[in-house]
Design a protein around this ligand. Structure first.
Ligand SMILES: Cc1cn([C@H]2C[C@H](O)[C@@H](COP(=O)(O)OP(=O)(O)OP(=O)(O)O)O2)c(=O)[nH]c1=O
Length: 190
């Protein structure tokens, strides 16, 4: 039996893999999420995803380990998770009425084979009123999410349309991830 580990504390990533009826364990470890500002967004998400996957693989060398990282890029600025209410409000103002990109990097590490890749989805927000932004921030939803919103919850009301994989926005491009796992030799039931 091959072991599969999701190296993530994100409840969304766990739920997305559970939806696929896969048997896997969760293990996350604290990794330094700082990065060189000269890196491109795709390099940032792949590097952080690999750091997360390798930290767990070092403890479980018999497993296939999946790590992922998600960022929002608006006006050429990388937005991670907001530190506080003021930053969440400012991020949502910068996204209002405009288009931005969500990047998710994925790294899969195993003893025999490893790979990393990224997916990018374009998202358009409605023009938001100050009241809509403060009400949304008061819901508490923005704080553990890149760009201060979650498309899968109340944040869906902020989004006008997307172009690309929805699951990339939620934090794990599941179909590409499973295809890559299979390519690396992990046996899937489908
Ligand atoms: C844009 C967006 C992000 N997110 C989430 C996905 C990620 O969980 C989070 C970005 O933070 P990440 O640092 O990618 O992940 P994490 O800290 O939640 O979990 P871990 O590092 O342990 O894997 O933002 C949503 O849930 N919905 C969205 O619409």
């Amino acid at each position: 039996m091959q072991n599969l580990i999701l190296a993530s504390s994100s409840p969304r990533r766990k739920e997305l893999l559970e939806n696929l009826h896969l048997t896997f364990a969760i293990s996350s470890s604290e990794v330094d999420e700082s990065y060189n500002p000269k890196l491109t967004p795709e390099e940032v998400v792949m590097e952080l995803a690999e750091r997360k996957a390798r930290a767990v693989f070092n403890q479980h060398r018999d497993a296939y380990v999946i790590g992922a990282d998600t960022i929002v890029v608006a006006n050429e600025q990388i937005l991670g998770k907001p530190a506080d209410e003021a930053e969440a409000i400012s991020m949502l103002h910068s996204l209002s009425g405009k288009q931005h990109h969500v990047y998710t990097g994925v790294s899969i590490v195993s003893q025999t084979n490893s790979t990393k890749f990224y997916e990018k989805t374009e998202v358009w927000f409605w023009e938001l009123t100050d009241n809509e932004i403060t009400t949304y921030v008061k819901s508490g939803e923005p704080f553990d999410k890149a760009g201060a919103y979650g498309i899968q919850q109340l944040g869906s009301l902020l989004v006008k349309k997307i172009h690309g994989d929805y699951f990339t926005v939620v934090g794990l491009p599941v179909s590409r991830t499973l295809r890559e796992l299979k390519r690396l030799g992990y046996q899937l039931p489908f």
